[in-house]
Design a protein around this ligand. Structure first.
Ligand code: SF4
Length: 185
């Protein structure tokens, strides 16, 4: 595909962190898409960890020469959104709401930017349920008249590949998912 064509093939990639989004960026570039990376993760606590993850995302995007859009950090919005689900286990209802919040905002941003397709790096982790992410992403896309790019990035060794990219770049490696409830676990 010609370079001019590729420029029109934009995908808004919601990035949950630097570790998880390396392979999805490579995948999109290799498949002639132009990723625009979107960082909206109000679930992450504490703020120090949020900053470290955002810094990693900056390093990653600079490495690949792709645009990074940094949205606001609003943990209160997350807490309100998942209220009543604090004690849910990982992969449970709290995580579905967490996906929904982040993907909804990604869809709004895609509309704002005039990008028709969005996706997310969230489910590259073996701890995340891809079928839940897909269902939520497709529902939101339908509501917004957009397309959700349903790719299970963990397939074809995606998780191994994304870890290798992160290691090669020396990215910060967290040992919990993101919210304070996963931190406690
Ligand atoms: S465990 Fe992870 S996906 Fe689930 S609510 Fe917490 S931050 Fe979100």
């Amino acid at each position: 595909m010609k370079k001019e064509q590729r420029k029109t093939n934009k995908v808004l990639l919601h990035a949950c962190c630097g570790i998880c989004s390396g392979y999805p960026i490579e995948f999109l570039l290799e498949n002639q898409y132009l990723p625009v990376v979107y960082f909206y993760n109000p679930n992450i606590q504490p703020v120090n960890d949020y900053i470290k993850r955002l810094d990693s995302e900056r390093i990653l995007c600079e490495h690949y020469g792709v645009e990074l859009i940094e949205d606001v950090y609003e943990p209160d919005v997350f807490e309100e959104y998942i209220k009543g689900l604090e004690t849910e286990p990982e992969r449970g209802k709290r995580c579905d709401k967490c996906f929904e919040l982040r993907l909804s905002r990604t869809a709004v941003k895609a509309k704002e930017l005039g990008i028709d397709v969005f996706t997310s790096s969230i489910a590259i982790s073996p701890h995340k349920l891809y079928n839940h992410l897909k269902e939520i992403g497709e529902r939101i896309a339908n509501e917004q008249n957009l397309k959700f790019m349903a790719v299970d990035f963990k397939k074809k060794d995606g998780f191994l590949k994304t870890n290798k990219i992160a290691n090669d770049l020396g990215l910060y490696r967290q040992n919990y998912c993101g919210c304070k409830y996963s931190f406690r676990n």
